[in-house]
Ligand binder design. Structure first.
Ligand code: GLC
Length: 701
């Protein structure tokens, strides 16, 4: 923030109050919603808009910018923003899918690839990464984050911010990142999007804040407030969250932007009587920029003039926005080189990366009798299910400028890869059953269309449609090897369908290269290596089955009635966090901990040997969990604290070494203070959040 201080203060001193408030106003400019120029040109000339969330061509953006720079009084350039969530034109797997790669290098690379494409098209700012922890698969936005675990989400938040921003946001192929939605959006009551969130400070600090801290520590330049009310106060007008927590406790000094219309929604929340109060509460709480509505533009001037708001609050918000613009280099070069888009968007390099990430996002859930990979001599394959032929649905939610016609459908991918085979489509269930008879293998694609997850897409049920269940049931009676591919933006309830097939693959929404990635996995060109980052419930209603739960005084058991469970559902989820199969198998041996008695703050060192005991080379995600055996505040049965993805050739053994800082073994108490009371911990090295090799350490305070 110190950079450009002189220029900022000089500019601020020249600005009228209207021009200052203009910098805090972000409007939409999207050619899809009619002519963008009439709606906004006058405001731009008067310096009363500071940024746009856009859907425009580079030429149109340069024209908007020209008006601001050449026709407004002070010539302050505009910032152009967009939701570039998992790619710009080359679409990568949706974030929940990419998180299953557990590969931070890939996470960073896809963000950088998206930044290169988006910046070449004139954008400066993306509203990404979404770092909301999601423990409820009814919530549609579980698709946009990295699942249920705080430690993993922190690592991904860091990777994404680095990928978008690089070392200097002024670099022309980088974007300003925005950690969202502050805070605890995924804990909405009932998994219903936008609904209230009510939780203890301990849970807030332990589960939901760390990914934002990770993003801030990685240099995130902006944070977006969430729509919901948090413990009764809407986040956008929540002074405790935005000032005490975000600014003072977490040290964030960047720009805070509202979510779309969330300032005005303080009236709907019934926190504000009218839009003037909504503006007053929001700016006072610490929301710098108002997105999509104009309560700031229409009310802040009068509120300052009548003394209801101290104009210094406005000045501080404007300083942060101007600092962002100066450090983005907009005052030096506000225009995009319009020749870049043709050369830097949808490149072969980005498509190769999208293929690699899509392949590594795929999670093999079941593979009875090694039905996969398909036999080399296979001749006839039936590919059934409407989603198999869909290009559009491979895009997933929030697909920026991705084009359906540029996506490879699952059917197309299989036809490309198995070119020497006869590949059959099916019109409907009857047609599928008939054609299955003549085939060596049947691939059925089921799950969710792209519009069944993402924003405002919460579902009361996570089951497949009746039509899809009937298709699987009918095909399971043909006596053919049935391979089920599930595409979706969330964990689904697959308990019944899982029994019907030999193999089951979780393929999420994999983006532009979906079909090619799946075909390569089916052919065995690459072994699946994805591991789930969200628990898959075994029944509708079996919510909040996240792995890092407390033991309770009556942990779930089948053999005793009075334990914590549902009487009408299994006590365990269908698939746990961290789970995923490979075409090969791995064995874990010789866990060694070098220092079992250590002080809080010292490093824990150790190693474990992993052997590839199968017939394929493969990658394994080695996971380290801690379990504090006793504490004044009960601790989760397991907490992920380290992981490493390793590639092991068949028959080989490698020694995987770990080192982690025990100062992260603590927890938050009721006053949100961090406590690290020395105690005994179980350390587990495992291929998932269940099982594994264990040892005990003694952590002394
Ligand atoms: C939406 C979303 C937010 C997005 C913003 C701009 O409502 O909640 O994630 O960045 O509006 O599109």
């Amino acid at each position: 923030m110190r950079q450009y201080e002189e220029q900022i203060e000089k500019l601020l001193s020249q600005m009228t109050l209207d021009e200052k408030i203009g910098q805090l106003t972000q409007m939409g400019a999207n050619v899809l919603y009619g002519d963008i120029f009439e709606a906004n040109t006058d405001y731009i000339k008067r310096g009363e808009i500071g940024s746009f969330i856009v859907g425009c061509t580079p030429t149109q953006l340069n024209e908007l910018q020209r008006i601001a720079v050449e026709e407004s009084r002070l010539g302050i350039p505009l910032l152009f923003a967009k939701d570039v969530i998992h790619g710009y034109r080359t679409i990568f797997p949706i974030p929940i899918a990419e998180s299953c790669t557990w590969d931070m290098n890939l996470a960073e690379k896809s963000a950088y690839a998206a930044a290169k494409e988006a910046s070449a098209s004139g954008l400066h700012w993306t509203f990404s990464p979404m770092v909301d922890i999601a423990r409820d698969s009814r919530w549609g936005r579980i698709a946009e984050g990295a699942g249920e675990d705080t430690y993993l989400q922190c690592r991904i938040a860091e990777a994404k911010v680095k990928g978008y921003q690089g070392d200097d946001i002024a670099d022309r192929d980088r974007l300003i990142a925005c950690a969202k939605h502050f805070v605890a959006y995924g804990a909405a009551i009932g998994g219903r999007d936008y609904n209230s969130v009510d939780m203890s400070l301990e849970t807030l600090y332990e589960i939901y804040l760390p990914p934002f801290q990770a993003a801030i520590d990685a240099g995130a330049e902006s944070v977006m407030t969430a729509f919901h009310d948090f413990n009764g106060v809407p986040c956008t007008g929540n002074e405790y969250l935005l000032k005490t927590v975000l600014r003072e406790n977490m040290g964030f000094d960047g720009v805070v932007i509202s979510d779309s219309c969330s300032v005005r929604e303080l009236v709907v929340h019934r926190m504000a009587r009218d839009e003037a109060e909504a503006a007053k509460y929001s700016i006072t709480a610490g929301t710098d920029v108002e997105m999509h509505t104009t309560t700031y533009r229409e009310n802040l001037k009068k509120l300052c003039e009548n003394g209801e708001i101290d104009v210094r609050i406005v000045d501080d918000a404007v300083r942060r926005v101007l600092s962002l613009k100066f450090r983005k280099g907009l005052f030096d070069n506000p225009y995009v080189d319009e020749t870049r888009e043709k050369k830097e968007v949808f490149t072969a390099e980005n498509l190769d990366l999208a293929l690699k990430i899509a392949q590594d996002s795929i999670v093999l859930l079941k593979n009875e009798n090694q039905s996969l990979p398909l036999a080399k001599n296979i001749k006839k394959i039936l590919v059934a299910g409407a989603l198999a032929y869909s290009k559009e649905d491979m895009l997933g939610c929030w697909a920026a400028c991705g084009k359906a016609e540029e996506c490879i459908s699952i059917y197309e991918g299989i036809k490309n890869r198995f070119a020497e085979c006869e590949i059959y489509k099916a019109e409907d269930i009857d047609d599928a059953v008939i054609k299955a008879a003549a085939c060596d293998a049947v691939i059925a694609v089921v799950g969710e269309t792209r519009d069944m997850s993402g924003e405002a897409k919460s579902r009361a049920s996570q089951k497949l449609s009746k039509e899809q269940s009937l298709l699987l049931s009918a095909l399971s009676h043909t006596g053919k090897t049935l391979i089920t591919i599930v595409v979706a933006g969330r964990p689904l309830v697959l308990t019944e369908e899982e029994k019907l097939c030999s193999s089951m693959i979780m393929a999420w929404h994999l983006g532009t290269q979906a079909g090619n990635a799946l075909a390569n996995i089916l052919a065995g060109d690459v072994s699946p290596s994805g591991k789930l980052t969200t628990t898959f419930p075994s029944a509708d209603g079996q919510t909040h089955m996240y792995y890092n739960h407390n033991n309770t005084g009556k942990p779930a058991r089948d053999d005793f009635f009075a334990t914590s469970k549902y009487i009408d559902a299994p006590i365990k989820p269908l698939y746990p966090f961290g789970y995923g199969l490979s075409y090969t198998t791995f064995s874990y041996n010789n866990l060694k901990i070098n220092n079992k008695d250590l002080r809080v703050g010292e490093k824990l060192y150790g190693s474990v040997e992993i052997t590839n005991t199968g017939d394929f080379d493969g990658a394994e995600v080695v996971q380290l969990y801690i379990s504090q055996l006793y504490a004044r505040k009960v601790r989760p049965v397991r907490e992920l604290k380290w992981f490493n993805k390793v590639f092991i050739r068949k028959g080989e053994t490698i020694k995987v070494e770990f080192e982690l800082d025990t100062s992260t073994f603590g927890y938050y108490n009721s006053s949100a203070g961090y406590v690290n009371d020395g105690e005994m911990f179980k350390i587990t090295l495992s291929p998932s959040s269940e099982g594994g090799l264990e040892d005990i350490i003694n952590l002394i305070k």
